[in-house]
Design a protein around this ligand. Structure first.
Ligand SMILES: C[S@@+](CC[C@H](N)C(=O)[O-])C[C@H]1O[C@@H](n2cnc3c(N)ncnc32)[C@H](O)[C@@H]1O
Length: 310
């Protein structure tokens, strides 16, 4: 049974949201991948997402919310989280907005979201056909998701649904940094990523460029790179959490689909052995840490007379 919170309706915008039913029934293309194909990849990953994916740091959420306030004042009614997955980013806005709606092509992903805020709801839909009325949204967020979208229809939808002064915030991270005894195992970790090269999409290049290479949307454009060290989050983990995170990669899901479960298990086992060797221990339960460094790119929609985007 999906555990979706109920939708609260307490403004004109929310009323119009209820009236609108623009969920994705067609399958627009997403780069080289259709939304149906993306759904299949992420369906397999639903459980590992909720367990192993990181939650963005509060410092990042504050910067995004302040940016929206600069453009919309206290009009924090509706926030849409596009490509919300299992909702770990969606819930972070529940204290700031009257209504937060997570949107994803994968119902399986959203079904993993825990209901701990009744201002949050989830809807099946695609980035290229957003389930929001025109000029209804103050903030759209995309956490680790925009590189999956087809930019032309997505940007057209962003421009349609945002209120003037509203914002699109895109952010993400490129893998994690495992730490053992304060020593970084990042280089080894990146080797694992590269070994799955043929299973990453072209869109993943945008992650490595920290979204600086995304097509331009509006002139008011804020970029904060990981090198500024502003949005890091570090937690205590054990090796199984690092391996679980690797098993949540779309490239890992594709490895499993293409080469079978045994090949995927062998890949993970090999990662484990190499990590243990680098750490100089055979004890899988030693305490470790895991750091994610986030980058952020966001745009503010100008007033209609200023708009350059068509
Ligand atoms: C890497 S996950 C990120 C999930 C979540 N935002 C997080 O922070 O972990 C990307 C998500 O985008 C969704 N997705 C991919 N293509 C999409 C599209 N065209 N429209 C909406 N969601 C899409 C996938 O189903 C998946 O849940």
């Amino acid at each position: 049974m999906p555990r979706f919170p109920r939708l609260l309706m307490d403004s004109d915008a929310l009323y119009r949201l209820q009236q609108s039913d623009r969920c994705a029934s067609a399958a627009p293309t997403v780069g080289s991948m259709s939304t149906q194909q993306a759904d299949l990849v992420f369906e397999d990953l639903a459980e590992s997402y909720v367990q192993y994916r990181p939650v963005p740091p509060p410092s990042l959420i504050s910067v995004v919310v302040d940016y929206v306030k600069q453009g919309r004042g206290d009009d924090l009614v509706l926030c849409g989280d596009v490509g919300c997955g299992s909702g770990q980013n969606t819930f972070l806005y529940s204290n700031h907005f009257r209504q937060v709606v997570g949107v994803d092509v994968s119902v399986q992903q959203m079904a993993q979201a825990h209901t701990h805020a009744n201002s949050v709801t989830f809807r099946k839909g695609s980035a290229e056909q957003l389930p929001f009325p025109d000029a209804s949204v103050a903030l759209l967020t995309c956490c680790a998701s925009v590189h999956w979208f087809d930019f032309k229809p997505f940007y057209a939808e962003v421009d349609r649904v945002l209120k003037p002064g509203g914002a699109l915030a895109t952010y993400g991270y490129h893998g994690c940094t495992p730490l053992y005894n304060n020593t970084s195992l990042r280089e080894l970790f990146l080797q694992f990523w590269r070994e799955l090269d043929k299973y990453w999409t072209d869109g993943h290049q945008h992650l490595w460029a920290e979204y600086t290479d995304l097509p331009q949307l509006y002139p008011d454009d804020v970029q904060i790179k990981t090198s500024e060290g502003r949005f890091s989050t570090e937690t205590d983990v054990t090796l199984d959490i690092i391996l679980g995170y690797i098993s949540s990669w779309s490239a890992f899901s594709k490895l499993t689909q293409a080469e079978g479960k045994e090949a995927a298990a062998a890949f993970l086992h090999n990662c484990k052995q190499r990590l243990l060797k680098a750490m100089g221990t055979q004890d899988e339960n030693v305490p470790m840490r895991r750091r994610y460094d986030y980058f952020l790119r966001m745009w503010r929609k100008p007033a209609p007379s200023e708009s350059l985007y068509k």
